[in-house]
Design a protein around this ligand. Structure first.
Ligand SMILES: Cc1cc2nc3c(=O)[nH]c(=O)nc-3n(C[C@H](O)[C@H](O)[C@H](O)COP(=O)(O)O)c2cc1C
Length: 363
C-alpha cells in the first residue's frame, strides 16, 4: 500500500473511537490492506529466544490480536513473532464500553478491557488453522468470575498443546480483580508448580513465560527471579501496563485502567534492567513498554532484553512502524560494530542502573 494511502488510513482510524478504530484495523488486516512487503529477516537480526528461532527481535505484544484473527496480516508487517490473547477458558465480553482511551498528547493509551475474548476453544481452533511459519505465543488469563484462578491457567495450558510456540502466564493485567496478587511469593509458587505440571510443559516442552507488572519493588523482583529459576520458567516479559500516572498531559489521565505507550518506557526499562542484573543475565527477557523507534528497541536490548514487543506504537504510527524499527535497528548495530543483535544484550545494563536509577538494586 502506498505511503500516502497508509497515512490517510491512519488519519481515518484516529477520527474514530479507539475501540472502533481497533476493530476497523483488524478488518483492514484481514483484507491484507496494510501489507508492507518487507524482508523482515537479516543476519544481524536473527535471534534465538527460548530455543525459538526468530527472523527478528520485534514482536507484537499481547492484546492486539486477542482472538488470533489476523496473524498473516500482522506477520506481513514484519513482526518477528506475535503474542495472541489474552485467552481465558470461557468466552467473555470484558468491561463496559468505553474502555480504551487515547492520550494523544502523551502518545499513550489507557485500557480497561478486562480480557474480552472468544475463549480458548475458538481461539485455539483458529490457531491450529494458521499455516504460516511465523512464531506465536499465547497470553493466558483468567475469567472474571472464576473461583479458582490457577485452574483457569492450567485449563488453557492443557487445551492449547502444540498450537503455539510459547505460552505466557499473565499475572499482571490491572483490569481483573485480584490477578496481580498472584505475583506474591506464596501465590506465585502455588501457581507455577501447577503450571509446570501441565501437558504443554511435560509432553510438548513449550516454554512458559511470566508477564509481570511494572510496579514491583526490588524484593518482589528478587523473589520472582528465584521462583522462575527454581521451577523452570523459561523467561520473563517486562512489563504489562502501569496503574501509575506519570506527569500526563491528556485529559483522560484519570481514567481507570492500565497505561501503555511512551510514559511507560522508563518505568518498564527500570524493571527490565533490574531483572537482568538480579538474574545475572541468565533468564531470557522480553522488554515491552513504550517502544516507538529502533532506538527504543535497542535501548531495551542493551538493558538486557533478548527481544522486544510493542503495541501502542502501532496505533500511533501505523503499520509501517515495524519496518521503520527494523531499519533503524540494523543501522544501530552496524554503528556499534555488532555482527548480531544478541551481542548487544545487556551491554549497557550496569551503566544504566548506576546512572539512571536510584541504585537501590545494589543494596
Ligand atoms: C488495548 C490493550 C490491550 C491489552 N491487552 C493485553 C492482554 O490481554 N494481555 C497482556 O498481557 N497485555 C495486554 N496489554 C499490554 C501490552 O501487551 C503491553 O504489555 C503494554 O501495552 C506495553 O506495551 P506498549 O507500550 O508498547 O503498548 C494490552 C495493551 C493494550 C493497549
Amino acid at each position: 500500500m502506498k505511503k500516502h494511502l497508509l497515512r490517510l488510513a491512519l488519519k481515518v482510524l484516529h477520527l474514530l473511537q479507539p475501540e472502533q478504530a481497533h476493530n476497523l484495523a483488524i478488518w483492514f488486516l484481514k483484507l491484507r490492506i496494510f501489507s508492507t512487503k518487507i524482508i523482515s529477516s537479516h543476519k544481524k537480526l536473527k535471534v534465538q529466544f527460548c530455543n525459538i528461532n526468530l527472523p527478528n527481535p520485534i514482536g507484537l505484544a499481547a492484546g492486539f490480536d486477542k482472538n488470533a484473527e489476523v496473524l498473516p496480516g500482522l506477520f506481513s508487517l514484519g513482526f518477528g513473532f506475535i503474542e495472541v490473547g489474552a485467552v481465558t477458558p470461557h468466552p467473555q465480553k470484558g468491561n463496559k464500553k468505553p474502555r480504551i482511551f487515547r492520550l494523544r498528547e502523551d502518545q499513550a493509551v489507557i485500557n480497561r478491557l478486562g480480557f474480552n475474548n472468544l475463549g480458548m476453544h475458538q481461539i485455539i481452533h483458529k490457531l491450529s488453522t494458521y499455516k504460516g511459519d511465523g512464531k506465536i505465543g499465547l497470553n493466558v488469563g483468567v475469567n472474571r468470575t472464576s473461583s479458582n484462578k490457577i485452574l483457569d491457567y492450567v485449563s488453557v495450558l492443557n487445551y492449547s498443546s502444540s498450537a503455539v510456540d510459547f505460552l505466557t502466564i499473565n499475572v499482571s493485567s490491572p483490569n481483573t480483580e485480584g490477578l496481580r496478587n498472584l505475583q506474591s511469593k506464596q501465590d506465585l509458587i502455588k501457581l507455577v508448580k501447577e503450571v509446570m505440571r501441565s501437558d504443554v510443559v511435560i509432553k510438548d516442552h513449550k516454554p512458559i513465560l511470566l508477564k509481570i507488572a511494572p510496579e514491583l519493588n526490588d524484593e518482589e523482583l528478587k523473589s520472582i527471579i528465584s521462583i522462575c529459576g527454581n521451577y523452570g520458567i523459561s523467561g520473563i516479559i517486562a512489563t504489562n501496563t502501569t496503574t501509575k500516572r506519570p506527569n500526563l498531559k491528556s485529559s483522560h489521565y484519570k481514567q481507570t485502567g492500565g497505561l501503555s505507550g511512551k510514559p511507560l518506557f522508563n518505568i518498564s526499562n527500570t524493571i527490565l534492567a533490574k531483572l537482568y542484573y538480579l538474574s545475572d543475565g541468565k533468564i531470557p527477557l522480553i522488554g515491552v513498554g513504550g517502544v516507538f523507534s529502533g532506538q527504543d528497541a535497542y535501548k531495551k536490548i542493551c538493558l538486557g532484553a533478548s527481544v522486544v514487543q510493542l503495541y501502542t506504537a502501532l496505533t500511533y504510527q501505523g503499520p509501517t512502524v515495524v519496518k521503520k524499527i527494523i531499519t533503524e535497528l540494523k543501522y544501530l548495530l552496524e554503528e556499534d560494530g555488532y555482527e548480531n543483535i544478541s551481542e548487544a544484550v545487556g551491554s549497557k545494563n550496569l551503566t544504566y542502573l548506576m546512572e539512571e536509577t536510584d541504585r537501590s538494586i545494589f543494596g
